[in-house]
Design a binder for this molecule. Structure first.
Ligand SMILES: [Zn+2]
Length: 424
């Protein structure tokens, strides 16, 4: 269903939903995906690397061709701006430009390119907006090189800590400050990236899971990004001879830890969706074939979109681990490595996305995001919303990552139309 609107500022007649150039969006995705592409498959484009610099130059060229004012900030975020009548307020869209090692073409990139295609269409079809519209390529989200998660976003929000510049190092020992300098960015000016003119951030992203794909739903409207607690558990028993110690006399740290793993998994399975837990990293000491293990450490990554449920599960896990250790005569201790609360997306912006999705004839569902995104940091400081498009078979963080052209185009159309509602 088409509706006709008039832009009072540019005297243009605007047809909604906006028409976006789907073939251009796909060309952008392919071209950007070739920068940093490895022979073995997948993209390596860590922040401030040569591939990252090249990708940014390419994007800047496309932004200029779209008629946008191009600017980079002091930490390396790249912006393409369509000036509004009121230049003092800005609606921001986009996502991250960096990738995980051997990542896919869509994670992050699709959000930038859908944003660019959307703003380009808006400029052509609707003219000058009331508030300024900007598409951003955020410089670093994944933390693949420096463990500097959401670095670009934190720069914009003023959350970068001064000591991070010299403290964060890559695998070669280079500090993030040195890497910035090498990419032509003076690190001492990082505070200049702070923005106070942002009224909203809308991020399109691939789902990176298989809910939309399995349910054949066109779009996900994110309600909240999950809270995440990472904990390191250490179980201490006693090392003994593997041949001479009877089973009933052992204090085998691995057997206790294995039982904990089974019961932690069962607890979270009983809780059901959307709770998830992963015990992904293990260390067994002394790590010999013929020695009963005396110390085992393992990680717990627990996620839930509700803080109360996350804390309740974390407590249940801790109590269960202590009980198992006691039954087996071992000691257990644990330490929280990180604990971030869930981040709620703005209800009014969610309503805009839902209304626009329906106008565009797209099916949608509300859902949490199990993955972390720039939006989780943005949402703590300004109204933020996220739009998910399906990932085929839920594949992500790999060369197999794929979103169909139809799904990508539909997402960009909804994004463009939502930006129209917000900025015009
Ligand atoms: Zn991402």
């Amino acid at each position: 269903m088409l509706s006709l609107y008039k832009n009072d500022y540019s005297e243009k007649e605007v047809h909604l939903p906006l028409q976006i150039d789907a073939s251009m969006l796909l060309r952008y995705v392919e071209a950007l995906g070739s920068i940093g592409w490895q022979a073995e498959g997948g993209i390596v484009r860590p922040v401030y690397s040569a591939a990252w610099v090249q990708a940014r130059e390419q994007l800047a060229e496309w932004m200029r061709a779209a008629g946008l004012d191009v600017r980079e900030d002091s930490v390396g975020n790249l912006f393409g701006r369509l000036r509004g009548v009121d230049e003092s307020r800005t609606i921001l869209t986009g996502s991250h430009l960096d990738t995980v090692p051997l990542g896919g073409k869509f994670d992050g990139a699709l959000g930038i390119l859908a944003g660019l295609t959307a703003v380009r269409s808006l400029r052509e079809q609707a003219g000058q907006p009331r508030r300024s519209l900007e598409v951003v390529a955020l410089c670093e989200e994944e933390g693949s090189r420096f463990q500097a998660h959401y670095w670009g976003t934190r720069g914009i929000l003023g959350l970068i800590q001064a000591d991070e510049l010299e403290r964060l190092r890559d695998d070669q020992g280079m500090t993030i400050a040195e890497a910035m300098r090498a990419a032509g960015l003076p690190p001492e000016r990082y505070r200049e990236a702070v923005r106070r003119d942002l009224d909203a951030f809308v991020e399109l992203h691939i789902e990176q899971g298989r809910v939309l794909f399995d349910e054949r739903v066109d779009l996900g409207i994110v309600q909240a990004i999950v809270g995440l607690q990472q904990r390191w558990v250490i179980v201490r028993g006693r090392a003994d001879h593997a041949g001479t110690t009877p089973m009933d006399l052992r204090r085998d740290a691995l057997q206790a830890a294995a039982q904990m793993a089974v019961e932690i998994t069962r607890l979270v399975e009983q809780e059901g969706r959307p709770a998830v837990v992963t015990l992904g990293k293990w260390e067994v000491k002394p790590g010999a074939v013929n020695v009963v293990p005396d110390e085992v450490s393992f990680s717990i990554d627990l996620r839930h979109p509700e803080e109360e449920s996350k804390q309740r599960l974390a407590a249940a896990i801790r109590i269960r681990c202590e009980a198992i250790a006691q039954e087996r005569g071992l000691a257990v201790s644990s330490e929280i490595a990180s604990d971030s609360p869930p981040s709620s997306m703005d209800p009014a912006l969610q309503s805009v996305l839902i209304q626009v999705a329906e106008k565009c004839g797209a099916s949608w569902r509300a859902m949490p995001s199990g993955a972390g995104h720039d939006s989780q940091e943005m949402a703590r400081h300004l109204p933020t919303a996220m739009l998910f498009v399906p990932s085929v078979e839920g594949r992500s963080h790999s060369a197999a990552e794929y979103t169909t052209p139809q799904d990508a185009a539909r997402g960009a159309t909804v994004l463009a139309t939502a930006l129209y509602q917000l900025a015009y």
